[in-house]
Design a protein around this ligand. Structure first.
Ligand code: UD1
Ligand code: CA
Length: 458
């Protein structure tokens, strides 16, 4: 029978090479923190529990990793990867004969599909330790893998390796499977007698081998998945890999992506069938796009819902908003949080909207600001309409009822209401409610001075 497995993720180190105020594992790739991405992959193996070693910025890491089966263990001082694992001894002591997957927290590219055969191999071989290796194009920075005379292995870290040893291509990737009892028998024997003065987890490979425990290696061909993220350039490279994976999964489910190189789509974004994403589109957060939508170039959509057949024309920004079916916005529309565009609505060039419900089939074609307003169905908003929603202290509401027509260049000084099918003449500054069916015009009388230019004015 398959032995049950626990997991342990190393996430206590600062990540000095990131040169950041924030701990490395909390940096994000495609809208998700590095540690969360790792936890997602590990969770799919269904371990009994995932223990997370926290230290630097421990409260922030704890907050990010809370949940069922998650258990944070503090490593008070960061004295190396071996020392980090040792801090989980009391949490794991009772688990004796079970297996433990130990993994560096900076491996966001690892997929469950790669971990699964590794676990299977380890359990089939009944090893005390199996460690994963690979042959990356550039082994710089990795611990190199060597065989002992008696068929065991040892690892030499980059910093401690001689130029000759550095030529070895096979490296330790930072993913291990242990028999828990054997792990904690051998772990106290590691020392910090090395260039960094740290307790290296990698030393346990040699210790277990010399003690005659069964140590094996599992070389993965998926070398792209096991590159650690140690600096921000590697973060960018890893994000690019995840980006391609996301695009592949969308295209294989029936989405057209014209230019995969310039399209950025976060992990949790969903896009429906037969939708088309033009070049340089960015979809972030929990955005959901329906089917048969077209998202044109340079549009940026964050945490929003886009209904079927809706078009987002060039260079529009949509944030925390909802566009129902058959809506069209842009080019250059800006929808700030809480804009709700009902079915068939059209919002055009240089229109900004915020906290506004915009009714079915209503139109705002050009150059307007619609804030804190309730605009009913079939309303026409003329070019240059402004909801004057802020009086310096409070945000006030504008209500425009069904079928109303707002002429161009109108200021609606809120709180104010325009009744059903009412008209507001162009250029008006409306400060009083307009009753249903009436026409409101507020305008200075046009005067004309005859022969003005002849009197010396140009
Ligand atoms: C480690 C391995 C190296 C391997 C490489 C693969 C060791 C000594 N070396 O090196 O053989 O090739 O990963 O990417 O293990 N951490 C703690 N507590 C600490 C120190 C580190 O929790 O005291 C955590 C870090 O947050 C990180 C992980 O352990 O998530 C790995 O540490 P890192 O310093 O990145 O190890 P590498 O130098 O990459
Ligand atoms: Ca690393």
């Amino acid at each position: 029978m398959k032995r049950s497995v626990h997991a342990l993720i190393l996430a206590a180190g600062k990540g000095t090479r990131f040169k950041s105020e924030k701990i490395k594992v909390l940096h994000s790739l495609m809208g998700k923190s590095m540690i969360q991405i790792v936890l997602d992959s590990v969770s799919r193996l269904k371990p009994e529990k995932i223990h997370i070693i926290v230290g630097y910025q421990k409260d922030a890491v704890k907050a990010e990793t809370s949940g069922d089966h998650m258990h944070c263990v503090e490593q008070k001082e960061q004295k190396g990867t071996g020392h980090a694992v040792l801090s989980a001894k009391s949490a794991l002591r009772k688990e004796g004969d079970k297996d433990l997957l130990v993994m560096n927290g900076d491996l966001p590219l690892i997929r469950t599909e790669t971990l699964r055969p590794f676990l299977k191999f380890h359990q089939k071989m009944n090893n005390s330790l199996t460690f994963m290796t690979s042959e990356p194009e550039n082994p710089f920075g990795f611990g190199r893998v060597f065989k002992t005379e008696k068929g065991g292995f040892f690892v030499i870290e980059e910093k401690d390796a001689t130029p000759e040893q550095k030529k070895i291509k096979e490296v330790n990737v930072g993913i291990y499977l242990f028999n828990i009892k054997d792990l904690f028998r051998a772990l106290p024997k590691i020392s910090n007698n090395n260039k960094k003065g740290e307790f290296y987890l990698t030393d346990i490979v040699e210790i277990m081998s010399l003690e005659g425990m069964k140590v094996g290696k599992f070389k993965t061909e998926n070398r792209e998945e096991v590159v650690g993220v140690n600096d921000r350039f590697e973060l960018a490279l890893a994000a690019d890999v995840l980006r391609k994976r996301k695009i592949e999964s969308l295209t294989s489910s029936g989405v057209t992506v014209y230019d995969p190189k310039t399209t950025w789509i976060d992990f949790d974004v969903k896009v429906g069938r037969d939708s088309i994403l033009y070049p340089s589109v960015i979809l972030e957060g929990k955005t959901v796009i329906g089917s048969h939508c077209k998202i044109y170039p340079f549009s940026h959509i964050i945490d929003s819902k886009i209904g079927d057949r809706t078009k987002v024309l060039t260079s529009s920004m949509v944030e925390m908003s909802t566009l129902e079916k058959d809506v069209q916005i842009g080019p250059f529309t800006r929808l700030r949080p809480n804009s709700i565009l009902k079915q068939g609505a059209r919002v055009g060039n240089f229109v900004e909207m915020k906290n506004t419900v915009f009714g079915k089939g209503s139109k705002a074609g050009h150059l307007s600001y619609l804030g804190d307003s309730e605009i009913a169905d079939d309303v026409n908003i003329g070019a240059g309409t402004i909801c004057c929603n802020y009086d310096g202290e409070n945000k006030n509401k504008t209500i425009i009822e069904e079928g109303a027509f707002i002429g161009s260049g109108v200021e609606l000084v809120a709180p104010v209401k325009v009744g059903k099918k009412a008209y507001v003449g162009a250029g008006s500054t409306i400060t009083k409610n307009v009753s249903p069916g009436s026409l409101a015009v507020e305008r200075g009388k046009q005067i004309e001075k005859k022969d003005w230019t002849k009197k010396g004015k140009k």
